[in-house]
Design a protein around this ligand. Structure first.
Ligand SMILES: *[C@@H]1O[C@H](CO)[C@@H](O)[C@H](O)[C@H]1NC(C)=O
Ligand SMILES: *[C@@H]1O[C@H](CO)[C@@H](O)[C@H](O)[C@H]1NC(C)=O
Ligand SMILES: *[C@@H]1O[C@H](CO)[C@@H](O)[C@H](O)[C@H]1NC(C)=O
Ligand SMILES: *[C@@H]1O[C@H](CO)[C@@H](O)[C@H](O)[C@H]1NC(C)=O
Ligand SMILES: *[C@@H]1O[C@H](CO)[C@@H](O)[C@H](O)[C@H]1NC(C)=O
Ligand SMILES: *[C@@H]1O[C@H](CO)[C@@H](O)[C@H](O)[C@H]1NC(C)=O
Ligand SMILES: *[C@@H]1O[C@H](CO)[C@@H](O)[C@H](O)[C@H]1NC(C)=O
Ligand SMILES: *[C@@H]1O[C@H](CO)[C@@H](O)[C@H](O)[C@H]1NC(C)=O
Ligand SMILES: *[C@@H]1O[C@H](CO)[C@@H](O)[C@H](O)[C@H]1NC(C)=O
Ligand SMILES: *[C@@H]1O[C@H](CO)[C@@H](O)[C@H](O)[C@H]1NC(C)=O
Ligand SMILES: *[C@@H]1O[C@H](CO)[C@@H](O)[C@H](O)[C@H]1NC(C)=O
Ligand SMILES: *[C@@H]1O[C@H](CO)[C@@H](O)[C@H](O)[C@H]1NC(C)=O
Length: 851
């Protein structure tokens, strides 16, 4: 069993290793590639076999769209023991890089940090990676031995994620525009891979009676050491392959000094592809930052190397201790050799997110480098005066909780499939709505909400706030230690996801269970209102303090939460929140509307600049009137850049464009368009920019295509942040729910769709008909509409379940209407009809004026 998970057989000699993740090991479905290409063949047969040999050393596997799970294959026959390198990537060009599209140096997301791993195949049998690869489309297998050959069958990914085809999901959307249909499909495929069911992600640490067995991965840190200073941390370690790695004086997320001790790479156990420049044999490597290597936007200091006067043998216990000194860190091995690693060699920085306060303080952690394996036990921390501050034999399962690497026991949605694999609260604002419109996995919606609700700060400056980005393996017990709050608009986006869950699913028990906590959360964001400006003041992702974006989002959130307060019968609470919202709204119009720009300024401090987040949220929160909305939409033309819109008027021309914020903008544009009696060139241009230029970048280029939505995009249409970009980021898939709610036009207007509206944005450019299905707790609502060629007639159809009440609504003046074949009353102020549920309705409208 362990052998099959890529550990040398002799490790089995360790007294009874028990595997805490056994249950997950048998489960899942094997996803096979669509195509297998070797030098000599290009095979469509997904399960077919191939031989890697000297003359044909590599094979490329293409899964067609994103998949995540445990890479595995069957070695059918081997000439002699061989080593096979596997490389993974989302974008195809990652296959060309030595380290694939990784490594992921920002977190240990219960998955492999590295995108390259090596399998030691010594006999025929099942080979499976110990780690999950979070998300990939492409894989390459390479025979490393100069001689020899191996026959491989059934290469694939054992996945515990859903890959149900998009057309058979509870939610459905089709339209006359095939490109829109493909864009819609990005959302469900993304949440299928970025949401992780409880029990589907085992711990990346393995507890044995001989200590914790660690395979090469980003280190995980003890939650107990954040307040420690000037200490000595010592531990026993046995290198099983390659080396062992640790940290001291680190921020809890693993930013700070890091150390790797390499073995002598005794020939029989060394991997041929070990990077001996990065990690030479018999050395202490020391660095500062997230990792030994730099990764896009996550840079650290240089790596310095220290020679050892002896061979570091594998399979022997050695004692390592590291002492924090005023000038650096002293590393001793077996209580004798002391290497001084001076601070000057590490070039540390302390003002960085994730860093400890200074070079003397912060916690410790463990994690060997790529493909290395080591045991760690008997960790001790002593104060400068010698007193014992901490001792852990590292043999009990409580280790997993302390180091934040528990198996995942909650169904949660992550920000991305491959990275950061953190439960980011702000991203969930988009994610939860994509799920409601497509996969309808209620367990992911309430699971993610519960995960974050269970992590609320109870005291201090941020009392009432919910964790912003906890990782899967992390315990709620240590919420205040992880202290992950930071972005204050993420609190608002999260509260909106809570409100939305009730409107979509009407889960009363859930609402009751968490209502008092949520009220505390709302109270906390009320204090963002600056008494002097009347605007939202704080630290926001979407824009500056005293600015349009965050202040409008606050208005939106308070009004949205007021609906929930009304539902629990707390009319005073509701009235209070609405009145604060009204006063902030007034302040925005008074202080942030720039008649010169014809739109809202970014903030009181930069009234002459504008942002897409400000425009989006001002419209979504109904801050201005429709004349102002139209004017703000026209002013978007000044933000055009490449295939989309830049985030701020001050953004560099080369800066990444944001699908996350463009998603809010898309909803705002359709909200405006849906209520308009005639099309406006500015609104049409803006919607077309997003739907016919911006989002199509994710579906048109096979080099980058994953069938899932991206985190960032460069103005020329390439994925932003280069290979590091997540290609399965739900925050980039807003079109899924926007197309369902506005273009198909079905939206919940009372909890659980007990009331709903069918109000399609018929003026949407590029589309003449749609049909679709919207899941609700009462059953599905099926709807379609079609605009005649002369744009004078609209044919609407809707069937809905019993127990609900629907309203069909369109803003246009109607000349004549037929409802189920019978003539009906018409009005020039738009069309409105209440339709009873449990029946199907056909409505044919002849308009006064062609659209
Ligand atoms: C590969 O497995 C063989 C047999 O178990 C073992 O002797 C060798 O050390 C292993 N090599 C590596 C790199 O793990
Ligand atoms: C090995 O590491 C060095 C130093 O970080 C790096 O420059 C080089 O590209 C790496 N080579 C491979 C094949 O990964
Ligand atoms: C990472 O970047 C920093 C700053 O540019 C540089 O000093 C350091 O040498 C780089 N580290 C590696 C391993 O290349
Ligand atoms: C450290 O000590 C252990 C015995 O306690 C010995 O087996 C091992 O070889 C020593 N390692 C080094 C590098 O001195
Ligand atoms: C830790 O040591 C440094 C220098 O050695 C000293 O400046 C600092 O005050 C010490 N911190 C504590 C909390 O003792
Ligand atoms: C979430 O919804 C699922 C499906 O309806 C239900 O089984 C589960 O108990 C709910 N979980 C929570 C935390 O409310
Ligand atoms: C917001 O504006 C008010 C009034 O001008 C000012 O006192 C406050 O410092 C501003 N807040 C921030 C974070 O700049
Ligand atoms: C806005 O005003 C500031 C100075 O107040 C100036 O530096 C900046 O260039 C102006 N921006 C635009 C877009 O005019
Ligand atoms: C919209 O608001 C602007 C700015 O307050 C005002 O000048 C205008 O008259 C309003 N238009 C309508 C139609 O209410
Ligand atoms: C949108 O249209 C509805 C009627 O269809 C109307 O009641 C409402 O005031 C309009 N909203 C805006 C912002 O124009
Ligand atoms: C990938 O490799 C190419 C060429 O080796 C290099 O130019 C590029 O910077 C690499 N990309 C990333 C994201 O590492
Ligand atoms: C889809 O809509 C866009 C406009 O947003 C248009 O350019 C494109 O031609 C349409 N495609 C199809 C297949 O109708």
């Amino acid at each position: 069993m362990l052998f099959s998970r890529n550990i040398p057989v002799w490790v089995l000699g360790i007294s009874s290793i028990f595997n805490v993740v056994l249950a997950a090991e048998q489960r899942g479905t094997i996803v096979y590639p669509d195509t297998l290409s070797t030098q000599s063949s290009n095979d469509k047969g997904s399960k077919s076999c191939f031989t890697l040999s000297e003359s044909n050393p590599t094979v490329t596997l293409d899964y067609g769209t994103e998949v995540g799970g445990f890479p595995q294959f069957q070695a059918k026959s081997i000439s002699a023991p061989v080593q096979i390198e596997a490389k993974y990537t989302e974008a195809k060009n990652g296959l060309e890089n030595a380290s694939g599209d990784g490594p992921w140096t920002f977190s240990n997301g219960l998955a492999n940090t590295f995108r390259v791993e090596t399998f030691n195949v010594t006999e025929p049998g099942h080979i499976e990676s110990y780690f999950i690869q979070g998300g990939l489309r492409w894989q390459k297998l390479r025979l490393l031995n100069a001689k020899g050959s191996v026959r491989i069958c059934g290469a694939g990914v054992r996945s515990l994620n859903d890959r149900t085809s998009v057309d058979t999901l509870p939610g459905y959307f089709k339209s006359s525009n095939s490109s829109y249909n493909e864009i819609w499909a990005l959302g469900p495929r993304t949440v299928q891979q970025a949401c992780i069911e409880k029990g589907a992600a085992p711990s990346t640490w393995e507890i044995t009676r001989d200590g914790v067995l660690l395979r090469g991965q980003q280190s995980a840190q003890s939650v107990l050491g954040t307040t420690f200073t000037n200490y000595t941390m010592s531990f026993m370690t046995k290198i099983i392959r390659g080396g062992t790695g640790w940290r001291i004086a680190n921020g809890l997320l693993g930013f700070g000094p890091s150390f790797v001790l390499t073995s002598d790479y005794s020939s029989e156990s060394a991997f041929i592809n070990t990077n001996k420049t990065l990690l030479p044999a018999n050395k202490l490597a020391a660095a500062y930052g997230w990792n030994l290597v730099n990764q896009t936007s996550l840079e650290g200091g240089p790596v310095s190397y220290y020679s050892l006067p002896f061979n570091v043998k594998e399979g022997q216990w050695i004692q390592i201790s590291t002492t924090i000194k005023s000038t650096g860190y002293d590393v001793s091995i077996n209580n004798t050799l002391a290497i001084h690693v001076p601070l000057s060699a590490l070039q540390p920085t302390y003002n960085y997110i994730g860093s400890a306060a200074d070079e003397f303080s912060g916690t410790w952690g463990f994690g060997p480098y790529q493909d290395q394996v080591a045991l760690v036990k008997d960790v001790e921390v002593h104060a400068k005066n010698g007193s014992l501050l901490y001792h852990n034999p590292m043999t009990g399962t409580s280790v997993l909780e302390e180091y934040g690497v528990m198996p995942n026991k909650h169904s949660v949605c992550l920000d991305g499939a491959k990275r950061d694999r953190l439960v980011w609260s702000g991203d969930f604002g988009h994610t939860s709505r994509i799920i409601a419109a497509s996969t309808y996995r209620e367990d992911f919606n309430n699971g993610t909400l519960a995960y974050l609700l269970d992590r609320q700060m109870t005291s201090g400056e941020f009392a009432g706030y919910f964790s912003m980005s906890p990782s899967m393996g992390q315990s709620s017990k240590y919420t205040s230690t992880y202290n992950s709050v930071g972005l204050e608009d993420y609190q608002m986006l999260f509260l909106n996801a809570f409100a939305r869950y009730y409107l979509d699913f009407a889960d009363k028990d859930f609402l009751e269970k968490y209502w008092s906590q949520v009220k505390t959360g709302v109270k906390a964001i009320l204090s963002l209102v600056d008494s002097s400006s009347g605007l939202a003041s704080g630290y926001f992702f979407l824009g500056a303090a005293n600015g349009t974006a965050a202040s409008s989002l606050l208005v939106y959130t308070l009004n949205h939460m007021a609906i929930i307060a009304d539902n629990v019968g707390e009319v005073d609470t509701s009235a209070h929140w609405k009145s604060v919202a009204a006063s902030v709204s007034k302040a925005i119009n008074k202080k942030l509307w720039s008649s010169k720009l014809g739109t809202y300024g970014i903030s009181t401090a930069s009234l002459n600049e504008t942002s897409i987040a400000g425009t989006a949220w001002a419209i979504l929160a109904d801050v201005g009137n429709s004349t102002q909305a139209e004017s703000a939409i026209a002013a978007l033309s000044t933000l055009r850049n490449g295939i989309g819109y830049k985030t701020l008027s001050t953004s560099e021309a080369s800066a990444e464009l944001s699908p996350f914020i463009s998603g809010f903008l898309l909803e705002a544009l359709l909200k405006h368009s849906r209520n308009s009696t005639e099309s406006s060139p500015a609104t049409t241009a803006a919607i077309s920019t997003l739907l016919s230029r911006f989002w199509p970048a994710m579906i048109t280029n096979d080099e980058y295509y994953t069938g899932t939505s991206w985190e960032y995009i460069f103005p020329d249409g390439r994925p932003g942040l280069d290979l590091y970009t997540s290609h399965a980021h739900p925050w980039g898939a807003a079109p899924t729910y926007v197309l369902t709610e506005y273009v198909l036009g079905i939206q919940s207007t009372a909890p659980g769709f007990s009331e709903w509206v069918f109000q399609p944005a018929v003026l949407t450019p590029g589309v003449s008909w749609t049909n679709g299905r919207v899941p609700t707790p009462h059953g599905s609502i099926e709807a379609s509409w079609k605009l005649s060629k002369d744009a004078k007639e609209i044919d609407l159809n809707v069937c809905s379940p019993r127990g609900t009440k629907g309203t069909v609504r369109l803003p246009f003046a109607v000349k004549s209407a037929k409802v189920n074949g019978e003539k009906s009353v018409t009005s020039t102020g738009g069309f409105k009809l209440d339709v009873s549920a449990g029946e199907c309705w056909e409505i044919v409208l002849t308009l006064v004026k062609a659209l």
